[in-house]
Design a protein around this ligand. Structure first.
Ligand code: SF4
Length: 119
C-alpha cells in the first residue's frame, strides 16, 4: 500500500509518502517523527472534530455553534452534521453544555461552543 498524506500537526504541512508492507511502514517527506505518528493514525483511524451549528428555540435565524467533544471517524462527519441539522435546542445554554449525547452511537457527545446569550 502506498499513501500520501499532508501532516497537519504544525504549519510546515509536510507532504508525507508512506509505504506499507506486511504492516511495516516506511515514511519519507516528514521533517520530524510527529509526522509518522500522525500518518499511522490517519491510515488506521482518521478522526476529526465535528463543528457545525444547530437551530435555537425554533428560530431558523438563530444558530448556536457546537462541536464534538472528541474526534469522530471522518467517514461519519457528514452524517453527524446532517443529524445535528434536524435538532432544535432550547436556551439558555452555557458553553460546554451537552447538546446531543452519543451522536450516531459513537460514544461522543456534541457540546455547545458558546453561551446562547452570546449569539
Ligand atoms: S512532520 Fe513534523 S515538521 Fe512536518 S508538518 Fe508534521 S509536525 Fe510539522
Amino acid at each position: 500500500m502506498n499513501n500520501d498524506i499532508t501532516c497537519i500537526i504544525c504549519p510546515l504541512g509536510c507532504k508525507i509518502h508512506i509505504e506499507e508492507e506486511n504492516n511495516d511502514f516506511t515514511f519519507s517527506g516528514n521533517i520530524c517523527s510527529k509526522g509518522e505518528k500522525y500518518s499511522i493514525l490517519e491510515i488506521k483511524n482518521p478522526i476529526r472534530i465535528v463543528t457545525t451549528t444547530v437551530f435555537v428555540d425554533n428560530d431558523n435565524h438563530r444558530l448556536l455553534p457546537v462541536r464534538s467533544k472528541k474526534g469522530i471517524h471522518k467517514d461519519l462527519v457528514l452524517k453527524c452534521i446532517v443529524e445535528l441539522s434536524k435538532i432544535k435546542v432550547k436556551t439558555p445554554i452555557k458553553c460546554g453544555d451537552i447538546i446531543y449525547e452519543n451522536i450516531l452511537g459513537t460514544g461522543v457527545n456534541i457540546i455547545a461552543s458558546r453561551d446562547s446569550s452570546n449569539i
